[in-house]
Design a protein around this ligand. Structure first.
Ligand code: GDP
Length: 436
């Protein structure tokens, strides 16, 4: 429970062993006792006390640790409600922490990321953000703008002093720096997105090339963590897998699996469609056969994207290899495997890691944007920096330039949540689960 009345409510349902009064109990202590419904003892519990502002929400808080199991927990919850508590909405604890100023919006959002993390990398990036890593970077940029802003305001207020020239230079330099920092953050979203959402991967190849065998080989890895979700395109299922720390979002795995019937086997047009959406294409070929017309079309699809070529069925007598002219033309990495015997699959992971520079992502000292809301605001801030630069170049009056500078500050303030509408706040917290 969190809030002004939480100790009052607790008092009605909890009897501490040593009968200490609430006022005498210090924050950060745990008390042993019983939850009671009038005279009935409901459970033997431990209660942790947190006194405002030193708690998760920055309000008075208590946590009741009861025995597990649904009946007891439900009963205690009912008792709390009967005595005046109200059920928390999704994310309400974290929302209060934000509204009470203990954390900023970026940090609140990272709580969701940490909870929902599907890979260690993603969790680590969330924890960094919770720690205020990105918030500090944004503050630095804001400070840089504000330092110049002060001089601009002085120049506007005291036009008799001839500071225009100096200030304009100062503004130009500052805008250059700010743009550079923002662009670096914007760029980090490429990696951030991969860490959060996985590399959108399409396995394409003509019928019988071995797509479904490869898929099975990938999913069979014991280190693979799989979760399914509806794809963005209708009727597709995406499967999120983390293998060797590489987050992959496999597109249309259902299409590959369910296409048992020869007629239904996933065709070129379908391949083209799923490839459109992909960050990575794994194009697979039956190396025991010469390249067919369909294979050439698959190569064509692979050519225009980040792709890896797989020559499958290397356990059989091969008709094509890495020296094949048509295959070489794609400039993609070529890997020989046997999906059936599950040989050579690790080479695929190594290549993906290299292709996306996953080894180079250093979460310890790199600020990474993983959230699309932040990315969009940063892009908007960059646009506003550009507009501000134009006003400076066109030698507009300082008060006009100042307006554009303020726009940049507002964009940044929306990221950290100082200037954000209630709708946005509600939307962000609605993504939480209950009790967080
Ligand atoms: P898809 O139509 O592309 O999904 O292909 P499948 O994975 O269903 O494979 C088609 C056929 O090729 C099946 O009979 C597989 O057992 C076989 N196959 C797949 N990979 C290999 C391989 O590496 N070696 C051999 N010898 N057969 C394979």
């Amino acid at each position: 429970m969190s809030g002004e009345k939480c100790f009052e409510i607790l008092d009605k349902i909890f009897v501490a062993k040593n009968k200490q009064k609430i006022e005498e109990i210090k924050g950060y202590t745990i008390k042993y006792g019983h939850i009671v419904d009038k005279k009935d003892v409901i459970d033997e519990v431990l209660v942790s006390y947190f006194k405002a502002p030193k708690s998760y929400t920055a309000e008075n808080m208590c946590e009741i640790n009861s025995h597990g199991g649904n009946v007891i927990v439900k009963k205690i919850l009912e008792l709390c409600l009967k005595n005046g508590a109200v059920l928390a909405e999704p994310g309400e604890f974290t929302k209060r922490a934000f509204l009470n100023g203990r954390i900023d919006l970026l940090q609140a959002e990272s709580v969701i990321d940490v909870i929902n993390a599907k890979s260690e990398r993603e969790a680590k990036s969330g924890i960094k953000q919770l720690d205020g890593f990105l918030s500090r970077k944004i503050s630095q940029i804001k400070e840089e703008i504000m330092n110049v802003m002060v001089n601009v305001d002085v120049a506007i207020d005291y036009p008799e002093y001839d500071v225009d020239e100096v200030t304009t230079n100062e503004i130009s330099n500052m805008l250059e720096n700010v743009e550079k920092s923002l662009k670096k953050l914007e760029k980090s979203f490429d990696n951030g997105k991969i860490i959060k959402e996985g590399i959108k991967t399409a396995i394409i190849g003509k019928p019988n090339a071995g797509k479904s065998s490869l898929l099975n080989a990938i999913l069979k890895e014991d280190r693979a963590i799989v979760s399914k979700q509806e794809g963005t395109t209708r009727d597709t299922i995406e499967e999120f897998v983390t293998i060797n720390g590489i987050p992959l979002k496999l597109i249309d795995t259902a299409g590959i699996r369910d296409a048992k019937d020869e007629v239904e086997k996933i065709g070129i047009s379908k391949s083209r469609e799923i490839a459109k959406d992909a960050d990575l294409i794994i194009a697979i070929f039956d190396s025991s056969k010469e390249l067919s017309k369909e294979d050439l079309e698959i190569l064509e699809i692979a050519k225009n994207k980040k792709s890896i070529i797989i020559l499958n069925k290397m356990d059989l007598e091969t008709k094509i290899d890495e020296n094949n002219e048509e295959i070489k033309k794609t400039n993609s990495k070529i890997i020989k495997i046997s999906a059936l015997k599950q040989e050579g699959i690790e080479k695929l992971y190594d290549e993906i890691e290299k292709l996306f520079g996953l080894n180079e992502i250093n979460l310890d000292n790199e600020v990474l944007i993983t959230n699309i809301r932040h990315k969009e605001l940063i892009s908007k801030a960059i646009e506003d920096v550009k507009k501000a630069k134009e006003t400076v170049n066109e030698k507009m009056p300082l008060d006009i330039i100042a307006i554009f500078m303020k726009n940049i500050l507002e964009d940044l303030a929306q990221i950290t949540g100082e200037e954000v509408t209630e709708d946005i706040i509600n939307e962000i917290f609605s993504k939480f689960c209950l009790g967080k």
